[in-house]
Design a protein around this ligand. Structure first.
Ligand SMILES: [Zn+2]
Length: 551
């Protein structure tokens, strides 16, 4: 009886800590590759009710940063949906090397799933959506994106469905893991070819006066050779759109996703006043696709930010018409982006590329390794007293695989040579630190040991580390430096514990949200606990807290 009383008191306590009436619909929008500096740079040119809905009438967190090191799409979307850092969500990178099988795992791989072989199988933590469905029997949870990993990892393990885009179809697809709505897909997908056909080119909009563009961008004709030129796009406006794949590299990809989200909300009857709140995660991937190719200082990136703003305004008005004040909005991003190094240098900044990418399967000897990998192998061999030359077969390399940000060692080779594995790791760590642009490197053993006072970089790497998936030696790059994969080098990327990659928007508006500009140091991982609080459930990591914008 006494225990019951305590349990009841605890129940009263915890339930009264939540907001009284939850919103009928919560919509979380993640803009893939959207650094906070885009908001600051382009705010003047926003429409009345896109981003300005949040900036002027909602809650804007000006100091929201991912606390972990590896700022990639998979880890970021898992962090948004679950409220956990990669060390706890298990999604430490987009890909990792499976030591037991010698294969490369993709973060949403699931061999058991049919249709597409993707599911949240690799996700190691509960999500906000899971908690919602446990509490309310009829709540529905969906994830939508052009990218499978974005839709799947935000929506969580108990989602009704996640939907992503197959440009070859062209249309949205799902997998047998979900109870997805085939008639809905068929009906929407019938509208995709006409949509593509009516968008024959991406022209620069006039939302930003041309007189201002020079100050907002750094897109000089002489620098355009550093943009990646996917076969379907030229490096300047107008960009022809020949097919659905090319369309995903333009801001029109956002429209496709938002239109599908509207259709899904209608078809599934989301947000109806039935006491079962619904949750929809929407990830806009096109800014990432084209951002990698053109860089954040491009005219294309500038046009994409202001066009995304208008597309969001249209989407918000549609939701207002359906739900009035019964819905809540959150906007964030999975990561930011760094400048194209050559463009950054032209602007007077320190920048560069580090190229450690794996050789193609046809590679036979050390001579086939990229120069920085070749030099690394030779430096390690010298230190370890092993003789190697350019003619040494590639099977004898110390590093069997690199996937940013980690090296996986060739353990059979280390055993054959009767070397101390810990020493080999330390030799690799120290050799890596000599590479121009590397800021820090750690062995996995170091990261597994307790450290009461790690450096800020080590602390960030620890939050991205899981022993079974992360590599043997992990490294981070200095601000301005990026991993390179293209030869000749072009384009840019993200993935580092640096301001440009970690600092992103965290914004809320609507039912239950108190407006204001907040300068508290927060993280997008706080969204799960905050939205959970509004919805009457507890979600997110213990290190996260409810954002102070909740009424
Ligand atoms: Zn990306």
């Amino acid at each position: 009886m006494r225990r019951l009383t305590i349990a009841f008191a605890l129940f009263l306590c915890s339930s009264s800590a939540f907001a009284q009436t939850p919103p009928d619909l919560v919509v979380v929008i993640s803009i893939d590759q959207f650094p906070y500096y885009y908001i600051q740079r382009f705010e003047t040119y926003f429409a009345a009710d896109g981003f300005n809905r949040v900036l002027k009438r909602g809650a804007n967190f000006t100091q929201s940063r991912y606390p972990y090191a590896m700022t990639y799409t998979g880890p970021g979307h898992a962090a948004i949906g679950t409220g956990h850092v990669p060390a706890d969500s298990g999604i430490v990178a987009n890909n990792w090397y499976e030591r037991t099988t010698g294969t490369v795992a993709y973060c949403v791989d699931d061999a058991r799933a049919s249709g597409s072989h993707f599911s949240p199988l690799n996700l190691a933590s509960d999500s906000l959506g899971d908690r919602l469905q446990e509490r309310y029997g009829k709540s529905k949870v969906y994830g939508i994106s052009l990218k499978d990993r974005a839709a799947i990892l935000m929506a969580g393990r108990k989602a009704n469905a996640a939907y992503w885009f197959d440009p070859k179809l062209p249309g949205f697809v799902s997998s047998s893991y979900y109870r997805f709505d085939k008639p809905l897909l068929d009906a929407f997908n019938a509208t995709v070819p006409p949509f593509v056909a009516t968008h024959t080119a991406w022209e620069q909009s006039s939302y930003i006066p041309s007189a201002d563009l020079g100050n907002l961008t750094h897109d000089l004709p002489a620098l355009r050779k550093w943009k990646t030129n996917p076969r379907h796009l030229d490096v300047k406006f107008p960009h022809p759109i020949e097919n659905a794949d090319a369309l995903t590299y333009t801001p029109y990809g956002n429209q496709l996703v938002l239109q599908f989200a509207e259709r899904l909300i209608d078809a599934e009857g989301l947000g109806t006043e039935d006491g079962n709140p619904d949750l929809v995660f929407v990830s806009l991937s096109s800014p990432d696709y084209l951002g990698h190719a053109f860089g954040p200082e491009s005219l294309e990136a500038a046009d994409t930010v202001v066009r995304t703003d208008r597309d969001l305004e249209t989407f918000f008005h549609d939701l207002d018409a359906k739900f009035g004040s019964r819905w809540t909005l959150a906007i964030t991003a999975d990561h930011g982006v760094q400048s194209i190094p050559e463009v950054a240098k032209d602007m007077g900044r320190v920048a560069g590329r580090v190229d450690l990418h794996n050789s193609p399967k046809t590679a036979k000897t050390f001579a086939d390794l990229v120069p920085q990998r070749n030099a690394l192998e030779k430096a390690m061999a010298k230190k370890l007293g092993v003789k190697v030359t350019d003619a040494t077969p590639i099977e004898k390399a110390f590093i069997v695989y690199f996937d940013e940000p980690a090296f996986y060692l060739n353990w059979p080779r280390i055993r054959d040579l009767k070397l101390d594995g810990e020493r080999v790791k330390r030799v690799l760590r120290d050799a890596v630190k000599e590479i121009d642009g590397v800021s820090a490197a750690f062995t996995n053993s170091e990261l597994l040991m307790a450290n009461a006072a790690p450096s800020p970089l080590e602390a960030a790497v620890r939050l991205s580390f899981r022993a079974d998936r992360s590599g043997d030696v992990l490294l981070t790059l200095k601000p301005g430096y990026i991993w390179n994969y293209n030869n000749p080098p072009t384009g840019t990327t993200h993935g580092q514990p640096v301001e440009a990659d970690q600092h992103v928007p965290t914004m809320l508006w609507g039912n239950g949200i108190k407006p204001g500009s907040f300068d508290d140091a927060v993280a997008p991982t706080f969204l799960a606990k905050t939205l959970g609080h509004l919805l009457g459930v507890d979600a997110g990591g213990e290190e996260t807290r409810v954002l102070p914008c909740v009424k």
